[in-house]
Design a protein. Structure first.
Length: 291
């Protein structure tokens, strides 16, 4: 049933494209000079349509041809019964028209080639620590908080809780199980545990009292640390993985940067594209009527 519905939509698109009757003046599929391989009530099915259907469905050309003939028959019968006026059918046609417009204009004009060298360089410099760095450790930690100026008994209570977490964490097996320890051990009175993922270099982006023990104590994924003390309190650290050093040039980083930059460019350019289209049409919106 799903395939029939899809084929019906394809047949409807082709019929709209090659007929001058009906409410739609914009072709829903590109005009084609391909050889006609079948007709249904005079509506042509062309070789290119068969090839497209065969690729999409993963079938032979003969099966794709039969599927398209079946779809045209169903589309013709639906039209004979007046179903082309159905609200859902009209909505589907509008959506197909919009997709076709984007395919034939916007998506051909806005491609990764539209990204400038300046775009790449700015993104590379902003995210240089992803592409040019020493070894990193990717960790989770559970913090039993205690301010550096807290009284000794408060620090002692916070450390005792952290020691219990460290004991239970040995051989824990997974990051999810490690994080769940915060629900299994009571925090110090009046305090809450902090659970956080931290990626850092050894001399890196967090206090060295955290980063150096993380490097020195944690060697393989799943390792956990002894209690680590910082000005924030007492940490138990879990190693997700060690990230090898990397020194990629801008050119080497471009494929990854494209994955990040191109969707942003598409969103920006689509806003511009829609704005230009609005200048050619009369639009009235009444948001106050929307409940």
């Amino acid at each position: 049933m799903k395939r029939a519905a899809l084929l019906l939509a394809l047949a409807g698109c082709r019929h709209a494209a090659e007929s001058s009757s009906g409410p739609w003046q914009v072709p829903l599929s590109a005009p084609s000079q391909d050889e006609v391989v079948a007709t249904v009530d005079g509506r042509p099915i062309r070789a290119g349509d068969v090839a497209t259907q065969a690729r999409a469905a993963g079938t032979s050309a003969q099966q794709a041809l039969q599927d398209l003939v079946d779809a045209e028959l169903l589309a013709g019968e639906a039209a004979r019964r007046g179903l082309e006026k159905d609200h859902d059918v009209q909505l589907a046609v509008r959506q197909t028209a919009a997709r076709r417009l984007l395919e034939t204009t916007f998506e051909k004009e806005v491609t990764p080639a539209s990204l400038s060298e300046r775009d790449y360089r700015r993104a590379y410099n902003a995210q240089r620590n992803m592409f040019d760095h020493s070894e990193y450790v990717d960790t989770w930690h559970i913090l039993s908080p205690a301010d550096a100026k807290a009284p000794p008994e408060e620090k002692q209570a916070a450390r005792a809780v952290a020691e219990e977490i460290a004991r239970r964490a040995r051989g824990i097996g997974s990051a999810e199980a490690f994080k769940a320890l915060a629900d299994q051990v009571a925090p110090p009175p009046g305090k809450k545990f902090k659970i956080e993922q931290i990626i850092t270099a050894r001399d890196g982006w967090v206090v060295p009292e955290y980063s150096i023990p993380a490097f020195d104590q944690l060697k393989k994924p799943g390792d956990t640390s002894a209690v680590v003390e910082t000005n924030y309190g007492y940490h138990v650290i879990y190693l997700n993985k060690r990230i090898p050093p990397r020194h990629a040039t801008l050119e080497e980083a471009k494929p990854e940067l494209t994955q990040f930059l191109f969707p942003q460019l598409q969103r920006t350019e689509l806003t511009r594209f829609v704005g230009e289209a609005m200048l050619k049409h009369h639009v009235e919106a009444h948001p106050e009527r929307v409940q």
